[in-house]
Ligand binder design. Structure first.
Ligand code: ADP
Ligand code: ASP
Ligand code: MG
Length: 418
């Protein structure tokens, strides 16, 4: 019997009415003869509320205790959804991460899944039950609850689908697929019927929050067919129609050969830039600056080092905005005095905008078109980074939406056919 994993995000689980709709949709799949595992998120706003409570007690919450609190939103969701299914006459059972168990490492607030024990779940499925597993959470070797980072239920769902070798992982959300850019920012954004795994990976890593990046990594590593689709349609729409809706992440690169060079525009508001001024230009400096930052488990993204003048240079890099204060502390404590830097400055009002497309491999002139478009809008570029299939620029955050709209238009994304 084919097995499907369904994931429902916060908006989809946002009220008891919506949860009843989710139950109707899930029951429809089960009635059609499929085994179904459901991975819900907390009700919308709940995780923010819980983190807010923690911060009222401790400005920089202890990570283990924060996970203890933040993980509870999903526990409420799974119980409510299970009851909604029972009320429809279905057999259902809910499990938290530690009950499955979903084993993770101990990196609280950004833990990685290490393994999933499928025995209990399979036993329930074989007994005809619908199984509901809390997203966003797992348990480490010492029995501590650990969460997977914001948006982590996507990763839970794809990992569960991989462990159970599901036919497909269906990510139900509040938009009907992956768009050329966030449809809430550019109303002309167009839905993609398919997106290659590589493009999705870039878009997710560059800030398109429609999928958490680790879920895309899992989908790629385990070849999990994954589809993003709407939870806001009539829950009883025909199954065949639902199965073909949304956006499928494809593993075939040629699906994009005849298509637009650029598939999408991603952006990330949560960036911060740090410059270490007047560092001696000698071997080992990059390591001495970035080593302690990496040791503090902070991810560095863009990096530039200026030409040296009289043996001194400036070194600039970006970190997630939420890690800015911690990064500055690390630099003050471990780096400044040690390498004899002049001073350290920072800017937390910066954003990153990126154009993404596998077609870039075979086309030239994408970067110049991007830079021309930004210059025509009078937008100053602070940093640039490129890979084979993306170009990113760092700009003042107040121009971010303007940049995204201008680039979306310049690359003809609203018109291009899939
Ligand atoms: P969920 O709660 O279901 O996990 P998220 O808010 O995490 O939902 O992700 C869905 C949101 O992602 C959409 O509402 C949309 O605003 C945003 N988004 C950002 N980039 C894109 C994109 N390229 N395509 C579709 N949605 C996008
Ligand atoms: N509830 C968690 C969050 O808000 C996980 C998720 O929604 O995917 O980040
Ligand atoms: Mg999400």
């Amino acid at each position: 019997m084919a097995l499907y994993v369904h994931k429902y995000g916060g908006t989809s689980m946002g009220s008891t009415e919506r949860i009843k709709n989710v139950a109707m949709r899930v029951a429809k799949w089960h009635d059609a003869g499929y085994q179904v595992v459901v991975v819900p998120s907390a009700m919308s706003g709940e995780t923010n509320r819980l983190i807010g409570l923690a911060k009222e007690i401790m400005a920089q919450p202890d990570p283990r205790e924060l996970d203890m609190i933040a993980s509870t939103g999903e526990q409420v969701s799974i119980g409510l959804l299970s009851m909604a299914l029972l009320a429809l006459g279905k057999q259902a059972v809910s499990y938290t991460g530690w009950q499955v168990p979903i084993k993770t490492d101990s990196a609280f607030t950004k833990a990685r899944i290490q393994s999933i024990d499928d025995a209990k779940v399979r036993r329930d499925l074989d007994a005809g039950k619908i199984v509901i597993i809390a997203g966003f959470q797992g348990v480490d070797d010492n029995g501590n609850i650990a969460t997977l980072g914001r948006g982590g239920s996507d990763t839970s769902a794809v990992a569960v689908a991989a462990a159970l070798k599901a036919q497909e992982c269906l990510i139900y959300t509040d938009v009907d697929g992956v768009y050329t850019t966030d449809p809430r920012v550019v109303s002309e954004a167009r839905r993609l019927k398919t997106v290659t795994f590589e493009e999705m990976l870039e878009m997710a890593s560059l800030g398109s929050k429609v999928l958490q990046i680790r879920s895309v990594e899992f989908a790629g590593n385990y070849r999990v067919p994954t589809r993003v689709l709407s939870s806001l349609t009539d829950p009883l729409i025909a199954l065949e129609e639902e199965k073909n809706s949304g956006t499928l992440i494809s593993f075939e690169e040629d699906t994009h050969m005849e298509q637009a060079v650029i598939s999408g525009i991603a952006f990330n508001r949560d960036e911060a830039k740090i410059t270490v001024l007047g560092v001696p230009d000698k071997p080992g400096i990059a390591y001495q600056i970035l080593g302690p930052v990496a040791d503090a488990n902070i991810e560095v993204d863009m990096i530039i080092q200026n030409q040296s003048v009289e043996g001194k240079t400036d070194f600039t890099f970006t970190v997630p905005r939420g890690e800015y204060a911690k990064s500055m502390d690390v630099l003050d404590q471990h780096v400044k005095a040690h390498i004899g830097a002049g001073s350290i400055s920072g800017d937390t009002k910066v954003s990153k905008v990126s154009v993404v497309g596998v077609g870039m491999r075979s086309h030239v002139g994408i970067a110049s078109k991007m830079f021309r478009t930004l210059s025509e809008e009078g937008i100053n570029i602070l940093m640039i980074s490129t890979s084979e299939i993306k170009i990113s620029v760092l700009i003042d955050e107040k121009y971010m939406e303007l940049a995204v709209r201008a680039l979306h238009k310049a690359f003809g994304l609203e018109n291009s056919e899939q």
